[in-house]
Every structure is written in structure tokens, then in C-alpha cells.
Write a protein that binds this ligand. Sequence first.
Ligand code: SAH
Length: 249
Amino acid sequence: MNYDLLIDLHKGNTRQGPGSDRHTLLAMKLANLVGNKTEIEIADIGCGTGGQTLVLANNCNANITAVDIFNDFLSVLNNKAEEENLLSKIKTKNCSMDALDFQSESLDVIWSEGAIYNIGFENGVRYFNQFLKKGGIFACSEITWLSKNRPHKLTEHWTTEYSEIGTVKEKVEVLSENGLNLIGYFALDESCWMDNYYNNLSASFDKFLERNNHSKEAIEIVDAEKFEIELYQQNKDYFSYGFYIATKE
Ligand code: SAH
């Protein structure tokens, strides 16, 4: 996997996965986080260039640690935080999400949009949970089957890409096995995928290929994205990202 190329393709976009400011805010409301009085500790894990981090910072009283493995994404977030006068609320941290160094049960909120799959949902839920205070909020978005029956080609593609893709029921079971009780759920809508993610990516393909001299690797990356976009457009009723909001017992 050529990470430099992936970063190059994605870092100019406001989000590196499906999502929207409106849906981040909806999840915050379901978690009862909007306009809280006492300052809380939030970790935003796999923050990318910080689309959701800025929404969190703008809508609640919090000290946010935004974690990502790629410095290029974090520096974009730092610049945005500076522009929006949010540097006092957002600290970026370059760290892998499986090697976090928060104190045990020190966080009020663990937030993670479109990123937990990198270490697997089940593993990630179990691992992140140790850093969450009792009564704290766990909120994450994760690719989810919306129906039991699906076209074979779709199941085959996504289970090869990510073996843990599953139904809402399966995801909620993993949460409850870890003492996390669901208090809110919704699925991201089509605009989160197309308007906020895939359309921006598609618009950047030509320049990306030019910048990278139409290298074989760059072409392969674009072709894989185009395949995924087409698959989404043909099958959007069968899967989306589910947004899971839970509290720790
Ligand atoms: N939350 C952002 C980014 C989602 S894309 C958004 O919704 O727009 C997934 C992010 O996870 C990327 O920014 C990627 O750099 C990050 N990532 C991948 N592997 C990681 C790891 N092991 N540790 C921390 N971050 C990781």
C-alpha cells in the first residue's frame, strides 16, 4: 500500500470518509453533548483532517485530543483549528490507534468516525473502552449492512475489503458485550457519501493523476476508488455507515 499516494489523494478533502457536519452534530445531540457546562475530555480517534473534530470543538465545552497516524492530515487540522480560533480546545496527536497512551478511565467521550475499522471494530471497541470513564460516551461510525439479503457481488467485495462488516444487530451486540449500552443510532444518508466524500474525490482524480505522472500505482488507486463509488451508487440501499452512540456501564 502506497500511503504517500493515499494521503495525497485524500488530504485536500474536508472528510476522508462518509460523514457530514450535520450528522456529527446529530450524534452529539443524541449523546447529550451540545452546550455542556463543565469541560470534558474527548479523544477523536482517526481524526483525519478533522471534519468532525471542528464540529465537536464548536459545539461543546471540551478539551479534544485528535489522534491520527498521518502527520499530513494532522497539520491540515492544526491549520484549520488555528483559523477557527480553536487551538485552545484541540490538540493533535500523532499516534497509532492501537497504541494510545491515555490514562485508564480518563476520557468522558471517545469519538471515532469512519476509522475504527483500521484495527477492526471488535478489537477497537474493546481496546478504546479501557480509556473511557464509567458513564462516558462512546460514539463511532462503522460500515454496516442495512439489510439481510444483498447482491452477491456486493457482499463479496466488502467482506474481502473488511471481514467485520456486519448488521446493526451484530455491531450492537459487540458494544453490549463490552458494557456499552446503545443510546442512539442512525445511518448516514446518501449526501454523506456522495456530496461530502465521493464527489470531492472524483473531482480531484485528474489533478492527482497529473501530480503523480499517471504512475501505475496512482492509476490503480483511482480505478479502485471508481469501482467502489460505482458499487455504492448501485447498492446504496444495502449498506451505509451506521453511527452508534453508547454509554459505558
Ligand atoms: N474521521 C475522519 C477520517 C476517517 S478516514 C473523517 O471521518 O473524515 C480514517 C482515518 O484513520 C484516516 O485519517 C487515517 O489516517 C486514520 N488511520 C488509519 N490507520 C490508523 C491507525 N492505525 N491509527 C490512527 N489513525 C489511523
